[in-house]
Design a protein around this ligand. Structure first.
Ligand SMILES: Cc1cc2nc3c(=O)[nH]c(=O)nc-3n(C[C@H](O)[C@H](O)[C@H](O)COP(=O)(O)OP(=O)(O)OC[C@H]3O[C@@H](n4cnc5c(N)ncnc54)[C@H](O)[C@@H]3O)c2cc1C
Length: 335
C-alpha cells in the first residue's frame, strides 16, 4: 500500500477546491481496505468527491476507495441481480446496464460519483431513486471489521436519506451494492420533468431504456453546469418539505409557488425557487457564486476556497429563513 504525503485534493472533488490531504492512499481491494482500517483510527473515505465541500486540509488519512468489479450473481426470467464494487463510477455502470438492456437505473444517468456512495443519500433524479432498484448492499463495520449485508429495507431509505446518514453515520464503509434490474419487461418512467417533451422532440413513441437515458442526459446537460467546466457539487441544498398548513400560508403571498405533494400533510418546495426569490441566482461573491441558470447549484468560478463557498451557503440559508421561515439544509457534506 502506497501512502502518499501532502496530496492536493483539487482533482478529487468536483468543486475543484484546492485543499491537501496530509496522507492519501488509493485502495483497490477489499483486503487492502480491511488492513488499512485495522491500523488507522482516523481516516476519511473519499469516493468520486461529487458530494463534498472541503473547507480545510484533511489531517486524517484520506482513503480513496477505488475497488472495481461488476458481477452477475443471479438471474430469473425477467430479473438480473448485479453486484457492483464501491469504487465503480455510477454513470459508467448506468451506461453498461443500458448497453446490456438491463432496466431500472436509466433515469439516474449522468449522476456523478461512485457506486458505494450512491445509497448513502439514496441518489435520485427524474422520478427515480436508487432504492427502486437496489436489492442489498455489503458494508464493512469500522469497529469490528465484520462485513454486514443490508437489505433494501434495512437501509431505511428516504428522500436523499438513509440509515447511513443517521444512526449508522461513519460506522460502516459500503463495499458493494447489488441491484435487481429488469431484463425484458422494463418499467419505464417518463412522466417526470421534461423527459416526455424531450422524447416528443425526437418523435419517439415507444421509448427504450436507451431513449430515456439519452433524454435525461440531454436535459441534464442543458440545465446543470459540468464540473469539468465550472466547479460545483450539484444541488447544494435539499428541497425542503413543509406542512400543508405552512404551504397554504406561503401561497397567500406567492400564489404561484411551485411545489410537489409528498403526502396528505407534506409539500416539497423547490429549494432553487426559494434561493432565486431571494435574488441570489447568478450572483457572484469573489469566486464563490450561484449558477446563472440553476439557483440550487453553488459554483466555484476558479479560486474560491471551501470556506468562501460555505459562507455564501450560510448567507443564503439565513436570507431564505428570514424571508420564508423555511430552513434549507445542505445536501452536500461539509468537511
Ligand atoms: C453536477 C452534479 C450533479 C449531481 N446530481 C445529482 C442528482 O441528480 N441526484 C443526486 O442524488 N445527487 C446528485 N449529485 C450528488 C452526487 O453525485 C451524489 O451524492 C453521489 O452519490 C456522491 O458520490 P461520490 O462518490 O462522489 O461521494 P463523495 O463526495 O466522495 O463522498 C460523499 C460522502 O460519502 C462518504 N463516503 C464515500 N464513499 C463511501 C463509502 N463507500 N462508504 C461510506 N461512506 C462513503 C464520504 O466520506 C463523504 O462523506 C450531483 C453532483 C454533481 C457534482
Amino acid at each position: 500500500m502506497d501512502v502518499q504525503q501532502n496530496i492536493s485534493l483539487k482533482s478529487f472533488n468536483t468543486f475543484g477546491i484546492d485543499v491537501k490531504a496530509r496522507r492519501f492512499v488509493d485502495i483497490t481491494s477489499f483486503n487492502e481496505l480491511k488492513d488499512v482500517i485495522r491500523s488507522e483510527k482516523l481516516f476519511f473515505i473519499l469516493g468520486g468527491g461529487s458530494n463534498l465541500l472541503l473547507t480545510k486540509d484533511i489531517d486524517e488519512l484520506v482513503i480513496h476507495l477505488n475497488t472495481k468489479g461488476i458481477d452477475i450473481v443471479q438471474e430469473t426470467s425477467n430479473n438480473i441481480f448485479i453486484k457492483v464494487q464501491a469504487g465503480e463510477n455510477w454513470h459508467e455502470f448506468v451506461l453498461w446496464c443500458i448497453e446490456n438492456n438491463y432496466g431500472g437505473v436509466e433515469n439516474l444517468s449522468l449522476i456523478p460519483g461512485n457506486i458505494g456512495t450512491a445509497p448513502i443519500q439514496n441518489i435520485g433524479a427524474y422520478g427515480v431513486e436508487l432504492k427502486d432498484s437496489m436489492h442489498s448492499l455489503e458494508a464493512l463495520e469500522i469497529d469490528t471489521l465484520n462485513t454486514k449485508t443490508f437489505t433494501n429495507k434495512n437501509c431505511e431509505f428516504g428522500y436523499r436519506n438513509s440509515v447511513f446518514k443517521n444512526e449508522l453515520r461513519r460506522k460502516f464503509i459500503i463495499t458493494s451494492v447489488t441491484f435487481k434490474l429488469t431484463k425484458n419487461t422494463h418499467k419505464l418512467n417518463s412522466s417526470y420533468g421534461a423527459i416526455q417533451s424531450e422524447l416528443d422532440k425526437g418523435n419517439i413513441i415507444n421509448p427504450t431504456i436507451k431513449d430515456i437515458s439519452n433524454a435525461v442526459i440531454a436535459i441534464r446537460q442543458s440545465k446543470l453546469p459540468d464540473p469539468k467546466e465550472i466547479g460545483n457539487s450539484g444541488s447544494f441544498f435539499k428541497n425542503p418539505i413543509i406542512s400543508t398548513t405552512d404551504f397554504k400560508n406561503l401561497q397567500k403571498t406567492y400564489p404561484d409557488a411551485p411545489h410537489y405533494i409528498v403526502s396528505k400533510n407534506e409539500i416539497k418546495v423547490p429549494a432553487g425557487w426559494l434561493v432565486e426569490q431571494c435574488g441570489f441566482k447568478g450572483k457572484r461573491f469573489g469566486d464563490a457564486g450561484v449558477h446563472k441558470k440553476q439557483a440550487l447549484v453553488l459554483v466555484n468560478h476558479g479560486q474560491a476556497t471551501g470556506e468562501e463557498i460555505w459562507n455564501l451557503a450560510q448567507k443564503i440559508q439565513k436570507t431564505v429563513l428570514e424571508k420564508f421561515e423555511i430552513q434549507l439544509d445542505a445536501e452536500v457534506n461539509i468537511i
